[in-house]
Write a protein that binds this ligand. Structure first.
Ligand SMILES: NC(=O)c1ccc[n+]([C@@H]2O[C@H](COP(=O)([O-])OP(=O)(O)OC[C@H]3O[C@@H](n4cnc5c(N)ncnc54)[C@H](O)[C@@H]3O)[C@@H](O)[C@H]2O)c1
Length: 273
């Protein structure tokens, strides 16, 4: 992946990991299209980047929880910036806990964490396959290869996001599509801090943040963005900014009973049961 001169779209770019990705790709020479479901922060970030390099950052408000909005985002991004080289489906929600989670939480989790990736790919792939090149990246989570203690909807939908990214790579990789999947543990964002935004989907609950903190180091968004940049330049599928995630994954594959026992221990440590 060559960022200089490329057009990169990032969803969930109003803050946290998405904003850091947008800025990192811009620093590397890309024109960026930043998207989120509300506009004020997006406009501020785009203005800051445009002050560094004229007409190099665009902001599009889109709610990626529907197919129509994904199609509109892609059409609008192409109109503003030209053909898309990289689409980063980063927007995500952390909502719902155990078996009491509402149907709305389950549906929203699937729409934003999984279907949004599928809908975006549906409108990106025809142009990319015709050109013989394109880059689709998504933010899943370490929960997508391991598990999120305390949240069934998050664990399940992030696994699905990883599965979809793998499927894309398998199906279209030999026709020029590159795919990467970001799977971090804790990152210092509104989602992890939980509840510091006036929405109910920024935290699975206060305990989830504790789980993530108990599981290991919490990285800053810019550190994650650096790891992503390097992985995309190398065209690597998995991006594990916390290297221990690869070790846990190895343990899960080779000794699943021990891995499950360890996860139950962590569950007890955080929830007491
Ligand atoms: N922070 C962590 O510890 C952590 C760990 C692993 C994975 N992740 C994943 O990283 C991604 C980014 O999250 P973050 O940590 O930067 O938190 P964040 O809350 O700062 O960012 C999430 C962004 O997604 C946007 N979003 C949510 N629903 C949307 C919708 N329907 N349409 C458009 N935008 C929408 C939000 O407005 C927000 O700006 C998410 O996919 C999250 O699941 C975060």
């Amino acid at each position: 992946m060559e960022f200089r001169g490329a057009v990169a779209v990032v969803t969930g770019a109003a803050g946290g990991i998405g904003a850091a990705l947008g800025e990192r790709f811009h620093d590397a020479g890309a024109t960026v299209v930043l998207s989120d479901r509300s506009g004020a922060a997006l406009e501020t970030i785009a203005a800051r980047l445009n002050a560094r390099r004229a007409n190099s950052a665009h902001a599009i408000v889109a709610d990626v929880a529907s197919e129509r909005e994904n199609e509109r985002l892609i059409t609008e991004a192409r109109r503003l910036a030209g053909p898309i080289d990289l689409f980063f489906a980063n927007a995500g929600v952390a909502m719902g806990t155990d078996l009491s989670a509402s149907e709305t939480d389950w549906n929203t989790s699937f729409d934003v964490n999984v279907h949004a990736h599928r809908w975006a790919a549906k409108y990106l792939l025809p142009e990319w396959l015709a050109a013989g090149r394109g880059y689709f990246a998504s933010t899943a989570s370490a929960a997508g290869v391991l598990a999120q203690i305390g949240s069934a909807p998050y664990s399940v939908t992030k696994h699905a996001a990883v599965a979809f990214a793998e499927w894309l790579s398998i199906t279209y990789g030999s026709r020029g599509l590159r795919v990467s999947c970001l799977c971090p543990q804790g990152v210092n964002t509104a989602m992890l801090r939980g509840g510091d935004r006036p929405t109910d989907d920024t935290a699975i609950n206060a305990n989830a943040g504790n789980v993530v903190r108990a599981a290991g180091a919490v990285l800053e968004p810019h550190e994650v963005a650096d790891a992503v940049h390097d992985a995309l330049v190398a065209e690597r599928f998995f991006v594990f900014p916390h290297p221990e995630v690869a070790d846990y994954l190895k343990l899960k594959a080779t000794d699943p009973e021990r891995w499950l026992a360890g996860m139950r221990k962590l569950q007890r440590r955080v929830f007491g049961v």
